[in-house]
Design a binder for this molecule. Structure first.
Ligand code: GLU
Length: 533
């Protein structure tokens, strides 16, 4: 879908309150913004994805704002599939969007799967509607048929480029006589239908965040409304649907601002009142100032889910990409966000995507989970095949729930994503652990002293009557003192012996969960390994 670049705003946006609404003869008065802000009762908003690729966090953030408005004020949230660009339609894209919503826990009142009173909710199923309204625009002189071939259009654009002019349609077909049009139509010549933009005057776009933006009509293009395949372009289709579906607030990406005057002109041509436009700020990639895109690492909901993000963390994070609660509160539940949401607190500055911050939120929400919830949510990550990031395939599934819960409780503090769990906890589940024997030797220690420490630890621990962490700690500290080792030195060798790594959850709690048998066996294996060195 081509997006216009030639029609830059004429004026810098100014607060709406400075602009008394202009009375335009053939259109209802502009919506009274101040009033609309406080009386959103029965708001109807929509998310209207084009299934041409994967919706990433930026698109879902915009959808979230729409959803929040209706859930805050009451009203309906609608999902509509804008699939008129059939050549670019990607199989599975609609399911991926709906699945993303379900995962986030965002519901919708009308949409492709649930239907509703204003359906169908796929634009390709609404062709007849668009054709009817296109005829209406042609009949009233607001649109016209264009028979120019793609080759001719390309030549025009090339010449414009050479002259340094912005590329746009030269209106070649705008004044064909009706006889000529009729003859060419009946001869079967393909045509598109274009908007007849007024040659003069200005068009005012009212944006809820930016106020009124004024465009000089002479800078606008006679854009295609209906393609030669009989399907509408975005400009026509979304607008007819928004009107017929009684959408009150249109939340969409700010890249649509340059097209907004065309939309206002079409609303005027039909004599319809435009909805309230909320052009939300872009989500920018982390490092540069560019808009976040798949190429810059933008993630879909499926990616985030597979990477072990919690939907509550993603929602919290997304809500703050352009909206703020106040200047300091970060952690907010969806319910709190919903209660507090207002358009007034949506900013116009681009919001930067920062994965580190998302991870911080995720770690926070993981720490809030009850042991049962943590287990429930992490089990699929542990149990999935090794090739997909799960525990080694040698570990028998299903895992023991109670044991897994005890393991995860130890790792909960450190976990940033659920997908990290298999790597972090593997030694709790596998029979054998592998590590180089040299890892057993702590800083400023040698093999002999290490062996001594391990042998004495094994003896001490196997003599204990209780296998609780609290029963191990003091005797082991005393042992370190007796061996003239720092506790850190002794504990490092024991830690490596039982876990195979130098970093783990607290040592004695780890051994408690691993159990007496496994811990002592691993200690003996470590001793044997070091002896063999
Ligand atoms: N189908 C459009 C897109 O995906 C929707 C824009 C809008 O919300 O109006 O960009």
């Amino acid at each position: 879908m081509a997006r216009t670049g030639a029609n830059a705003p004429l004026s810098t946006p100014t607060p709406a309150t400075d602009h008394p609404a202009l009375a335009t003869p053939n259109v209802a008065a502009e919506p009274d913004l101040a009033a609309s802000r406080v009386s959103h009762m029965e708001a109807r908003t929509r998310f209207a994805p084009s299934p041409t690729g994967i919706q990433h966090i930026g698109g879902f953030r915009t959808a979230l704002f729409s959803w929040l408005l209706t859930r805050h004020y009451g009203g309906q949230f609608i999902i509509r599939i804008e699939d008129t660009d059939t050549a670019r339609t990607v199989e599975g894209a609609v399911d991926a969007v709906l699945e993303g919503f379900r995962w986030l826990g965002l519901d919708w009142d009308e949409g492709p799967d649930v239907g509703g009173p204003y359906g169908p909710y796929y634009q390709t199923q609404r062709r007849a509607i668009y054709l009817e309204y296109t005829e209406q625009l042609i009949a009233s002189g607001h649109a016209y048929r264009c028979f120019c071939t793609p080759e001719r259009l390309e030549t025009v654009r090339m010449m414009q480029r050479q002259r340094g002019e912005p590329p746009r349609y030269d209106r070649h077909c705008r004044h064909l006589t009706s006889d000529e049009v009729a003859a060419r139509v009946s001869a079967g010549e393909p045509y598109t239908v274009r908007l007849a933009v007024p040659y003069e005057g200005t068009t005012r776009v009212q944006d809820a965040l930016r106020g009124v933006i004024v465009f000089e009509n002479s800078t606008l293009d006679d854009r295609v409304l209906l393609k030669s395949d009989g399907l509408p372009t975005y400009h026509l289709a979304h607008l007819i649907d928004d009107h017929l579906m009684r959408i009150t607030h249109v939340f969409r990406a700010e890249e649509w601002i340059p097209s907004a005057p065309l939309h206002v002109l079409i609303y005027e041509a039909f004599g319809w009142q435009p909805p309230i436009f909320v052009h939300v700020p872009d989500v920018l990639e982390g490092s540069g100032g560019k808009k976040l895109s798949k190429r810059h690492g933008a993630k879909s909901m499926q990616d985030l889910r597979a990477e072990g993000f919690l939907p509550e963390a993603v929602l919290n994070y997304m809500a703050l990409l352009g909206w703020s609660y106040d200047d300091k509160t970060d952690v907010l539940s969806l319910d709190q966000i919903m209660k507090a949401f207002s358009i007034e607190r949506v900013g116009v500055a681009g919001a930067r995507y920062d994965e580190g911050r998302l991870l911080w939120f995720n770690g926070y929400y993981i720490r809030q989970l009850t042991p049962e919830a943590l287990t429930e949510r992490t089990l699929p990550f542990l149990e999935r095949p090794q090739a997909e990031g799960g525990l080694p395939d040698s570990v028998a599934r299903p895992l023991d729930r109670e044991y897994t819960a005890r393991v995860l409780r130890l790792e909960q503090e450190r976990m940033k994503t659920l997908a990290e769990a298999p790597g972090m906890t593997e030694f709790f589940f596998t029979d054998a652990i592998e590590y180089p024997a040299s890892l057993l030797i702590a800083k400023q220690m040698d093999a002999t002293r290490t062996l001594d420490g391990l042998r004495r630890s094994e003896k001490l621990l196997s003599d204990l009557t209780s296998w609780e962490a609290t029963a191990m700690e003091q005797p082991m500290r005393d042992l370190a003192a007796e061996l003239n080792q720092k506790p850190g030195q002794l504990f490092t060798s024991v830690r490596v012996a039982v876990t195979g790594r130098t970093v783990s959850p607290p040592l004695f709690e780890t051994m408690e969960v691993l159990g007496r048998e496994v811990s002592l066996r691993r200690l003996r294996e470590a001793i044997a390994n070091l002896e063999a060195e």
